[in-house]
Design a protein around this ligand. Structure first.
Ligand code: PLP
Length: 397
């Protein structure tokens, strides 16, 4: 059997490994509380499901334009403009099979072999994998919890070489939930323009922010920065539509045309029915998005307080997405029943086997001292999950 070196050296998504383990235990009848998943637990709102049924009934079941139906591309432009004031025409937008696919198209379109892409760590696991798939080189900037897991201008300047092509900003961040302020983004923007870099701004969680935080979208900073930004968004998180596989990319029309060429050869259009559902999602009444956001906000408050009450655990109350990223390193080096916790992976495995609660080790995101806890699950599950974590870590000596 021959498997190419590229695929052979690739790893399965680290977050999926853990949720896979949780699913396996559940299949054995074990009651696992799953705090590892990166998807909302709400059903897709009824109005969106109804729109999909209407689309099928109307016969929208054939191929569409490879880059997505024009009404959806136009609607995405208006949806972005309403949110952040930035205007994009239909030919500056492409619809893809989820934001992950949007990111792949982007990197494949702008990166030459051996070019560097700056990735702040902790990072979403897919970024380095995609950069490597397109033969680019991921260059990491390590951030700290003291700096709210955000890069500083000095760090960014130091990471840039003559091979740097782009930086990926995940704002709000998966896994940390951190958000950048306008002035922080402006400082990054200045360096980006000085060095003629692209910013791949992954804003898929931008509609899920809390404590009245005013989210600032990167391309809204200035027309010059808009030209250098490739904006990634989609319906997966804010509309609870992870399975529908619709992502959006907004950028300069030449880049979008390049991505359209690539997509037309690789996958053709994303699912026609999902496109009509996404059209309803972003153009219909938006109350459901706000209802879900409010529920996330309540869960986040509970989780923040409950985690900080566990002796040895510290966490900030991150303002975005649906994750907290607490520091559990005080348990490293401790043991229970012959199991020694050497790092975050051991800890996550211990929490599953001893506490039947699934979390994601920070190691998969490039940050060893932490674990990621998602609050995209019911309050009941969060209460039980935290209680199990508390009991499990109390046993460590
Ligand atoms: C930061 C970030 N970007 C993009 C995605 C991908 O979204 P989609 O499901 O639309 O491919 C995710 C999903 O976990 C994510 O966390």
């Amino acid at each position: 059997m021959h498997i190419s070196a590229k695929v052979n050296t690739m790893e399965f998504s680290g977050t999926m490994q853990i949720s896979g383990k949780a699913k396996e235990l559940k299949a054995q009848g074990i009651n696992v509380i799953d705090l590892s998943v990166g998807e909302p637990d709400f059903p897709t709102p009824q109005r969106i499901k109804d729109a999909a049924i209407v689309a099928m009934d109307k016969g929208h079941t054939g191929y569409t334009l490879a880059s997505g139906i024009v009404p959806l591309r136009e609607a995405v432009g208006l949806w972005i403009e309403k949110f952040s004031g930035v205007k994009y025409a239909a030919n500056e937008i492409i619809i893809s099979n989820g934001a992950k696919h949007s990111l792949y198209n982007t990197l494949q379109t702008i990166i030459e072999k051996g070019e560097e892409v700056i990735i702040p760590a902790p990072y979403w696991v897919t970024y380095p994998a995609l950069v490597e798939i397109v033969d680019g080189i991921p260059v990491y900037i390590d951030t700290t919890s003291e700096n709210d897991f955000k890069i500083t201008p000095l760090q960014l300047k130091a990471a840039i070489t003559d091979k740097t092509r782009a930086i990926i900003l995940c704002n709000p961040s998966n896994p940390t939930g951190s958000v950048y302020s306008k002035s922080e983004l402006e400082e990054i923007g200045k360096i980006v323009l000085e060095n003629d870099l692209y910013v791949i701004s992954d804003e898929i969680y931008s509609r899920l922010v809390y404590d009245d935080f005013e989210f600032v979208s990167f391309p809204s900073l200035s027309p010059e920065l808009k030209k250098k930004t490739i904006l990634i968004d989609g319906v997966s998180k804010a509309y609870s539509m992870t399975g529908w596989r619709i992502g959006f990319t907004a950028a300069d029309k030449e880049l979008i045309s390049g991505m359209g060429k690539l997509q037309s050869q690789m996958t053709s259009n994303p699912c026609s029915i999902s496109q009509y559902a996404a059209l309803e999602a972003i153009t219909g009444p938006q109350e459901d998005v706000e209802e879900m956001r409010k529920i996330f906000a309540e869960r986040r408050e509970f989780l923040y307080n409950a985690l900080n009450e566990i002796p040895g655990v510290k966490t900030a109350n991150a303002k975005g997405a649906f994750y907290l990223f607490p520091d559990f390193s005080s348990f490293f080096g401790k043991s229970y029943n012959g199991t020694k916790i050497k790092g975050s992976f051991d800890l996550a495995m211990y929490l599953i086997s001893e506490g039947q609660v699934a979390t994601v080790p920070g190691s998969v995101f490039g940050a060893e001292e932490f674990i990621r806890i998602a609050y995209a699950t019911s309050m009941e599950n969060l209460v039980e999950g935290i209680s199990r974590i508390k009991k499990a870590v109390a046993k460590l000596q």
